[in-house]
Design a protein around this ligand. Structure first.
Ligand code: SF4
Length: 338
């Protein structure tokens, strides 16, 4: 147990956690919506600090981050828990652990120093805080990120964006990039299928831009829930107008799972429609995810339209970028360590 950051003591030993927009008010002994932050005697504690439930060496492309050190390895870690309860979660076995006793015994000891040591040992250019939700293990990610920065290792979040501005501001000097799930442009979707609100996610995205964090956006397209032309246009317009035309948009194919196992997979025609909407909105880079072998998983120069990075799945087959510039026309290829 480690004392948490961002909480206020209230009367009768109650506390309010101010890490994420849920702002859980907890009586002595209670845990928050994320199930991993607990009030013990009027102090808020994190029950997952230093306890990695998963750690793998992944291609950075798997996050997906296509414009951050392409072709490099990313040391990827997670703890149990999440502040959302997505009905379509791919990792619900580790994100939705509800019993704090299980959580305290879950995962193996891996202090921040060990994560950084492992990342360096395996020549990873980045540490990815991923699989579940890094916001809820903020203290662990923050301590690790500060150490990683000293070793010139990048820090990247794969996140739902449900974090309050103050914690985001604190970690922002050490956070190089984030892939943010923008799951829908409707509050109703967030209420019904996620257990959160849209507005704070939009705020997080704008703040990340302001803090100079490289952003890539992912939208999982679920048939009948967020696939209308109108909604896809709203999403694409928001990315273009608020985050910039250079911000990559990953539109990802849904496969039936967890509580939405009765839904069909996203038709390819829907993804093609979303792709066209993104390009029509003026986005430089739109990628179709979970559709192996499609040409949109490669990166094209926004200026001359030549192929700059040929990908096959998560593998880089060929790169035509020289010091962050297109080898053909010299236009900038936006991102980090391109
Ligand atoms: S981080 Fe957890 S305890 Fe804190 S407000 Fe969010 S859900 Fe509640």
């Amino acid at each position: 147990m480690k004392e948490g950051l961002f909480f206020t003591k209230l009367e009768n030993n109650e506390v309010r956690c101010e890490l994420c927009p849920h702002l859980c008010r907890l009586k002595n002994g209670q845990t928050g919506i994320c199930h991993i932050r607990k009030n013990i005697g009027g102090i808020l504690y994190s029950s997952v600090f230093g306890k990695a439930i998963a750690s793998h060496i992944d291609p950075i492309e798997k996050k997906p981050l296509f414009h951050v050190a392409p072709g490099s390895a990313s040391f990827s870690v997670a703890t149990a828990g999440c502040n959302f309860n997505c009905q379509f979660c791919q990792n619900h076995d580790i994100s939705q652990v509800k019993n704090i006793a299980d959580i305290e015994n879950y995962g193996r000891e891996m202090p921040p120093e060990k994560i950084v040591e492992n990342a360096a040992l395996h020549h990873c250019q980045s540490i990815a805080y991923t699989y579940t939700e890094p916001t809820i293990y903020f203290e662990y990610a923050y301590e690790t990120a500060k150490l990683a920065r000293k070793k010139n290792i990048l820090n990247v979040f794969v996140t739902n964006g449900y974090i309050n501005p103050e914690p985001l501001k604190l970690i922002s000097p050490f956070l190089d990039a984030a892939n943010v799930d923008l799951k829908s442009f409707h509050e109703n979707f967030y209420r019904k299928l996620v257990g959160g609100k849209l507005a704070p996610v939009l705020e997080t995205l704008k703040l990340m831009k302001e803090f100079n964090i490289w952003i890539e956006v992912t939208t999982l397209i679920i048939p009948g829930e967020n696939d209308s032309t109108n909604e896809l246009e709203q999403l694409a317009r928001f990315i273009k107008n608020e985050l910039g035309e250079e911000t990559p948009w990953h539109i990802s194919r849904f496969y039936p799972q967890y509580k939405l196992s009765n839904y069909p997979p996203t038709p390819i025609t829907t993804l093609e429609r979303a792709f066209a909407i993104g390009k029509d909105a003026g986005l430089y880079h739109v990628y179709m995810g979970n559709v192996p072998g499609n040409e949109t998983e490669s990166t094209f120069c926004f200026n001359c339209n030549k192929m700059l990075i040929r990908r096959h799945g998560y593998q880089i087959v060929n790169m035509e970028i020289d010091e962050g510039k297109c080898k053909f026309c010299g236009a900038e290829c936006y991102g980090i360590r391109m």
